[in-house]
Design a binder for this molecule. Structure first.
Ligand SMILES: [Zn+2]
Length: 360
């Protein structure tokens, strides 16, 4: 059989994957990180004027990208922070925004994507006294802005809620406050993906390029969604044998997991040279690598928000026992009844980046 031109074209097509999320760009990532980690915000301590400025900036960015306020008409979840050991107290706010789902029923369910936007503020000492926290965690916070903007253009079936949390550095206070007073019932939140330190590739254990770690790697079926997203976007999801469980309760996913929600933290580095130092500056961010990480995260959110099945905790593991119990208490029989009652995804829907463009 002679080779037709069309067949020939097909055969010589390069095997490089199409860029799944072309709207996510390194230049935009860097612009946001530069501002959030600037000396003007003075290290975003909880509570502080710099933290409030960051909150206003985030709300503004979500608004510009067309997201909806996540707490009724408000972009903020307000709380009163009480400092421990004589530390400063005062009003604080988490920033909350929503990409509304397209499915009339499933849009009542949420994938929650979180990142803490606070850092350590200023400390007395010689030289640079501002702890800018570019990687920890302006990077994760900017992940929220970029993923939110991308998903607003190709909205999934379920809703996606983005929350930038205060007070992580004070002991996961903002996420605990969220769980105590959530803007939607916790039982409507089907999963949590928390972003921490996704901007640097110079982990103390060695370079980590096109790779991300997930805490509690083998705890829930949410990991499968992220591995699938990683394959599409060229990011390896790694199982760090020790840190995976050791760090599971050390970031904001912990509060959601304790409530029963399948919840993980994604990082590129666990510990890096400038960790909790004044030198965690924006110019050490690997923005081009971070673009890939945010694409993987965005795709993982879309897969989770489109999938017929909701993520669950892995059975038969001691490490997940308490979360499985909380899971049953939180969702009850509703899961089996509601989570599986929808028609299978079409081939088109399996490619979340090609979903129905939003009407705006
Ligand atoms: Zn952090």
């Amino acid at each position: 059989m002679p080779m037709t031109a069309a067949l020939f074209a097909l055969l010589i097509q390069p095997s490089i994957q199409q860029d799944a999320w072309p709207q996510i760009e390194a230049s935009s990532i860097l612009t946001h990180i530069k501002y959030l980690a600037s000396d003007e915000l003075k290290g975003r301590n909880t509570p502080s004027e710099g933290l409030d400025k960051a909150a206003d900036y985030l709300a503004d960015e979500f608004k510009k990208a067309g997201l909806k306020p996540g707490n009724g008409d408000s972009w903020f979840l307000e709380a009163n922070y009480t400092g421990r050991r004589g530390g400063a107290s005062g009003p604080v706010k988490s920033v909350v925004a929503v990409v509304p789902g397209t499915d009339p029923q499933l849009k009542e369910e949420y994938v929650l994507v979180s990142a803490h936007y606070d850092h350590l503020g200023e400390r007395q000492g010689e030289g640079d006294q501002i702890y800018n926290g570019a990687n920890d965690n302006a990077s994760g916070t900017v992940g929220l802005i970029e993923a939110g903007a991308a998903l607003m253009k190709t909205r999934p079936r379920r809703s996606v809620m983005f929350v930038a949390l205060w007070g992580e550095e004070k002991g996961l206070r903002g996420s605990r406050a969220f769980v105590q007073d959530p803007p939607v019932p916790l039982s409507q939140i089907i999963a949590n993906i928390n972003l921490e330190q996704i901007g640097r590739t110079d982990d103390n254990e060695g370079p980590r390029v096109e790779a991300a770690s997930i805490t509690g790697y083998d705890y829930t079926t949410l990991t499968d969604r992220l591995i699938e997203a990683g394959k599409k976007t060229g990011v390896t999801i790694e199982h760090h044998k020790r840190n995976s469980s050791m760090f599971f309760m050390r970031s904001d996913n912990a509060a959601f997991a304790a409530a029963g929600i399948p919840a993980h933290t994604i990082s590129t580095c666990y510990i890096f040279p400038d960790y909790h130092r004044a030198t965690d500056h924006w110019d050490k961010i690997d923005a081009s690598n971070m673009t890939k990480i945010v694409e993987m995260v965005t795709d993982g959110i879309a897969i989770t928000a489109n999938s017929k099945d909701r993520p669950t905790w892995v059975e038969g593991k001691d490490a997940t026992k308490r979360y499985r119990e909380a899971f049953k208490e939180l969702y009850g029989d509703k899961i089996a009844a509601k989570g599986l009652s929808f028609s299978p995804l079409s081939e088109q829907e399996k490619r979340p980046n090609l979903l129905i463009p939003s009407s705006k």
